[in-house]
Design a protein around this ligand. Sequence first.
Ligand code: ISE
Length: 334
Amino acid sequence: MSEMKIGVIGTGAIGQTHIERINTKLQGARVIACADPNADFCKSIAEKFSLKAYDDPKDMINADDIEAVVVTAADNFHEEYVLAAIEAGKYVFCEKPLAPESNACRKIVDAEIAGGKQLVQVGFMRRYDPGYRQLKELIDSGDYGAPLMLHCAHRNPEVSGFTTEMSVENSLIHEIDVLRWLLGENYETAEVVFPRTTRNAEGELRDPQIMYLTTESGIRIDVESFVNCKYGYDIKCEVVCEEGTLTLPEPANVMKRVDAARVTPICRDWSERFVDAYNIEFQEWINACKEGRVDGPTAWDGYVGQVTAAAASKARDAQSVMTIEFDEKPAFYN
Ligand code: ISE
């Protein structure tokens, strides 16, 4: 089977890692073009990876030799490019969020339904992490009884330019997606509370924050977001079931005994922590597109994620519990 030809929109850091990943590590596809509103920068990246550069992403989307598109542009451009790909009838992988506003996500959902074919996949890569996949298998086995509570943490060593809102919309959006997928249930309520703020938070940022979610069956979830934890990148998830607890495995690392201490390194950032997840995610996306289907997180999942994040943000601003209200799931996504 021939290689699927891909165009990447957005040539920043994440766009470049995806180009490199697809062209050097994965099978069955090749990035042949890139586009970025910053034409000079785009040309330099095109040269680096031997790609064709487009100034206008829509020209690339509509080019005859482009079969699929990867969108890694700034979040507020996602809607425009995903809609253009749907109109062109091309598969499109869009980094999270599908769009910052849930209305825009709903517009994408409606456009996809109107086009009659699923084309959109959202980059919620945690679903591909081998540890989360193991957790899901064990929860679904039912061997430990029903899940009752989840205790989770999402810690970044430091971030620059983060606002209080971004802790939910940019960081915790991963938990919002992956926990709903793990449990196979929608959320009902959201709340966000503030512990004491770290002295390492810049400007107005309130950090850490704790998000509480409840699900349809009454499972209670707490997730800490701490974006200036300083010591490393750390992701935790413990599922307390009726007859046992299930804990997300940590990436394997040798424990050293050195300088009168036991030391086991942890990751420094998310690209290192989730490198396997990204590789698996893109390989499965390529395989599915070539078989004519989408089998990862859909535009509907993107919409549900943004509705939940918006409710959590509202809850945080109001310092109260918010009910989360979704539209009814269209049969198209069943
Ligand atoms: C970033 O955009 C990510 O996707 C990371 O997974 C997350 O940990 C980080 O906080 C975000 O800024």
